[in-house]
Design a protein around this ligand. Structure first.
Ligand code: PGA
Length: 258
């Protein structure tokens, strides 16, 4: 069975005192039964101190982005090896803000995925269509293309998670309905099956992101192909984030009990 993953993408938020307070709040509310995997993605400057804050807990630390080279003259960039050295076990690649604000395209993202996996990181590779693409009926075409641009059979699938994040749902308060999320996740799982075969497709986690909050998490997480959530705005509030973790844990307990 796929364990649910609740991941908090802090984006460009929090100074050190704010981050410590948030992490304290998350730790206090952490479900120690560990029915759910939890990861946080703070800004680079907070990775070391947050690594210390989560020491001894099951919370994973991740980077929000990385470069594809190990080192070199790349002003302003961070390598996968640097993330590992800072205590990260995972990294986001291809978040829609990287794609659409910073114009990161398929070739670049493919190199990042490969480099991050080579460095030993677990990759959360994000895909998602824009509103006009959904309205034009191009959702599967777009997310299928984004998937095949970076995910291929030579990669270690056991360290890849997909995130379906429709661009129109990110930071807007308008989440995809559970049915829309399920349809996209089912489609992505079928693409993974084409690349890696049915065993890997059954194992790979596909998480949903886009305006996830405590009030909609349970419905989204109840979908059979929704294996967790990548949470932006709501993860900056420890009580909200904890309520989403609790919704995932309750759903997992239900599955286990059946
Ligand atoms: P949001 O962000 O929850 O604020 O919509 C999600 C994300 O960008 O990962």
């Amino acid at each position: 069975m796929r364990r649910k993953l609740i991941a908090g993408n802090w984006k460009m938020h929090n100074t050190l005192p704010e981050a410590r307070a948030l992490m304290h709040g998350i730790r206090e509310r952490l479900d120690t039964s560990r029915a759910v995997d939890v990861a946080v993605f703070p800004p680079y400057t907070l990775l070391y101190p947050m690594g210390k804050e989560i020491a001894g807990t099951p919370i994973q630390l991740g980077g929000q982005n990385c470069h594809y080279e190990r080192k070199g003259a790349f002003t302003g960039e961070i390598s996968p090896a640097m993330l590992v050295a800072a205590g990260c076990t995972c990294v986001l690649v291809g978040h829609s803000e990287r794609r659409h604000i910073f114009a990161e395209g398929g070739d670049l993202l493919s190199r990042k995925v490969t480099a991050a996996l080579d460095a030993g990181l677990h990759v959360i590779y994000c895909v998602g269509e824009k509103l006009e693409q959904r309205q034009a009926g191009q959702t599967e075409h777009v997310i299928g293309r984004q998937c095949s641009e970076a995910i291929h059979a030579e990669l270690d699938a056991s360290r890849i998670t997909l995130a379906y994040e429709p661009v129109w749902a990110i930071g807007t308060g308008h989440n995809a309905t559970p049915e829309q999320a399920q349809a996209a996740h089912q489609f992505l799982r079928s693409r993974i099956e084409t690349v890696f075969g049915p065993h890997v497709a059954a194992q790979m986690r596909i998480v949903y992101g886009g305006s996830v909050k405590s009030s909609n998490a349970a419905g989204l997480l109840a979908q059979p192909d929704v294996d967790g959530a990548l949470v932006g705005g709501a993860c900056l509030d420890a009580a909200e984030f904890a309520a989403i973790m609790a919704a995932a844990a309750a759903g997992s307990a239900g599955v286990l009990a059946r």
